[in-house]
Design a protein around this ligand. Structure first.
Ligand SMILES: [Zn+2]
Ligand SMILES: [Zn+2]
Length: 323
């Protein structure tokens, strides 16, 4: 059991606002400049990103600031406490989910190939692309919901579901130290029920009925694959050393979440660029101010303050006792 007696300090500079940030307007098109490496593009926005997010090669994030004030990284007291809450039971659940999911994916893929008819390519390709887009949108909505609302103290979902999101903001590189199971267990688990249902249909339905639902199942299969792989893509977007060249290729061509693109989410107060599968929808959603609109709607309806738990964890400093 762990207890923490946290002190309130100012982990960020400037101190974030709970409703908006003058440093990170969601509509600021700073990513356009970040996608390039030319020196003339080192703008004020780049400096803001550097100042308000953790450098990936500096896990304690103290190079730019007073080293006595740990703002991010594995030495942050809140990050230590959250990491200690990863339990053996949770790991067993993750292992079972991943094994089940992989078996079902292979089984269903066999039937997707068996019923594939190249003459229907004009329906199959859009179905597959729509599945990937839906996965990206789902990643944004789930990520936004978990970052913005709720608390680690909530029964069951707090420790099992919200904890990794809080840990990720105050120690973004922790994901690179998680193995495949800890990184992907939750996402693989989410897809198991539908993959099971898909397997049932492919096994027991007749050929005519299967051909009727084939395009929808292609959509659902791609959705399941990309939902499952979301946190792996996310992990790779935080991995700055030793990535295989084909992963870097996929990132550079924005087929999966690129590294500089995702850095924009890790700017205090973490209120933008929530889509983490491919990131294709981040710019369109920023353009229509989707997240601020959704937040005002929830805030007006429930009275809850966005990101209040996230800020509380960021502000935990020393005095974590585990026994
Ligand atoms: Zn986040
Ligand atoms: Zn991240």
């Amino acid at each position: 059991m762990c207890l923490s007696s946290s002190t309130i300090s100012s982990p960020y500079s400037p101190m974030p606002s709970t409703t908006s940030s003058t440093t990170t307007s969601p509509s600021t098109p700073k990513d356009n400049r970040l996608e390039t490496n030319s020196e003339e593009d080192l703008s004020t926005d780049d400096m803001i990103v550097a100042k308000n997010s953790m450098p990936e090669d500096d896990p304690n994030g103290n190079t730019l600031h007073d080293a006595r004030e740990i703002r991010w990284g594995p030495q942050h007291a809140g990050a230590k406490l959250l990491a200690s809450q990863y339990t053996r039971e949770k790991r067993i659940q993750e292992i079972i989910s991943i094994i089940l999911c992989i078996i079902l994916m292979i089984y269903n893929f066999y039937f997707i190939c068996r019923y594939f008819d190249v003459r229907n390519w004009y329906l199959i390709i859009p179905s597959a692309l729509l599945g990937i887009l839906t996965a990206d949108l789902a990643s944004g909505i789930v990520h936004w919901g978990a970052d913005t609302w709720g608390s680690v103290d909530m029964p069951f979902i707090g420790r099992n579901f919200l904890r990794p999101f809080r840990e990720h903001h105050i120690d973004p590189t922790s994901i690179t130290r998680h193995d495949f199971i800890e990184t992907n267990g939750d996402n693989f688990a989410v897809t198991v029920p539908y993959l099971l249902y898909m397997a049932y249909k492919f096994t027991y339905w007749n050929d005519i009925n299967i051909r009727c639902i084939y395009n929808f199942e292609v959509y659902m299969f791609l959705l399941a694959i990309f939902v499952s792989m979301t946190n792996q893509f996310h992990k790779w977007s935080h991995t700055y050393f030793g990535l295989p060249s084909y992963i870097v290729f996929l990132q550079n061509y924005h087929i999966i979440l690129p590294r500089k693109h995702h850095r924009l989410h890790h700017v205090v107060p973490h209120d933008t660029y929530f889509c983490i599968t491919t990131g294709w929808l981040n710019r369109p959603l920023e353009m229509i101010k989707f997240w601020p609109w959704l937040e005002s709607f929830v805030e007006n309806y429930t009275g809850a303050k966005p990101r209040s738990d996230d800020f509380a964890w960021a502000q935990k400093t020393e005095k974590v006792h585990c026994y």
